[in-house]
Write a protein that binds this ligand. Structure first.
Ligand code: KIV
Length: 268
């Protein structure tokens, strides 16, 4: 069972108690039902849906309506799980009004418990406005995928002392603005440890080492759905990219040999 009664307060309590937080992404009803049967603490409806489900090269084309669809489907499959849903690219950048309207849609229509946005101090004002409107916000620093064009690719961030200091400052400032947790993506583990140490809210790492207060991975990566994609930060816990085609080929063989449907699967 995913953690029942998970709340924004529980994030800090788990950090204080030294209890690590496990998070996975999820995008649809049937997988959400399976995640809900696991001991994973939190579900992230990530805008990685654009890459995983729609096959885009990056997350930029994802829309608010698509995130609502994914979020609502996940909530139906995992009604008792705590859900963080991503605000997609340009849904919170233009104005505070836009940010509140779009985050509000993710909560009202997408039934998210909270939203996640990418970026540092520049977004403090928006974060505190969302907070004031009772929309909890999770932060995201490091290799923030919505900035792929500025970063010039999926690259480790914070390698120089200047970049590292800026990231630490960003982390403290968005914590002050009210984020309840912070995702750190593709950050050297020593920097992630410094940020984790400097904050009261938990850090959730993806490619950010073991010193974070929790970890998040993309569900399809954990399950090994794509054998052509194996970045260093991913640990596969299953090889569905082999199991699924094998199962489908068995089915196809049975159809062709008339072994399926047999008496057990037919009606008199
Ligand atoms: O969209 C996503 O899946 C994410 C994770 C990579 C943290 O933001």
């Amino acid at each position: 069972m995913t953690r029942k009664g998970m709340t924004v307060q529980a994030f800090r309590e788990m950090k204080s108690a030294g209890e690590k937080i496990s998070m996975v992404t999820c995008y649809d009803f049937s997988m959400a039902r399976l995640v809900a049967r696991s001991s994973v603490d939190v579900i992230l409806v990530g805008d990685s849906s654009g890459m995983i489900h729609a096959g885009y090269d990056n997350t930029l084309p994802v829309t608010v309506d698509e995130m609502i669809y994914h979020s609502r489907s996940v909530k139906r499959g995992a009604p008792d799980s705590f859900i963080i849903t991503d605000l997609p690219f340009l849904s919170y950048h233009v104005s505070k009004e836009d940010a509140i309207k779009n985050a509000g849609k993710l909560v009202k229509e997408g039934q998210a418990n909270s939203v996640k946005l990418e970026g540092g101090a520049y977004f403090c004002d928006i974060i505190s406005h969302l907070q004031a409107c009772s929309i909890p916000v999770c932060g995201h620093l490091g290799m923030t995928p919505q900035s792929i064009n500025s970063f010039g690719g999926f690259r480790i961030q914070g390698r120089t002392e200047t970049d590292a200091s800026r990231m630490i400052d960003d982390a403290k400032r968005i914590e002050d603005a009210g984020v309840f947790a912070l995702v750190l993506e593709l950050v050297p583990e020593e920097l992630a440890a410094r940020i984790t140490e400097a904050l009261e809210i938990p850090t959730i790492g993806i490619g950010a080492g073991v010193h974070c207060d929790g970890q998040v991975l993309v569900l399809n990566d954990i399950l090994g759905m794509d054998d052509s994609f194996k970045p260093k930060m991913v640990k596969r816990y299953a090889e569905l990219c082999t199991l699924i085609p094998e199962a489908l080929s068995s089915y196809s063989r049975d159809v062709k040999s008339s072994a399926f449907p047999d008496a057990e699967h037919s009606f008199k």
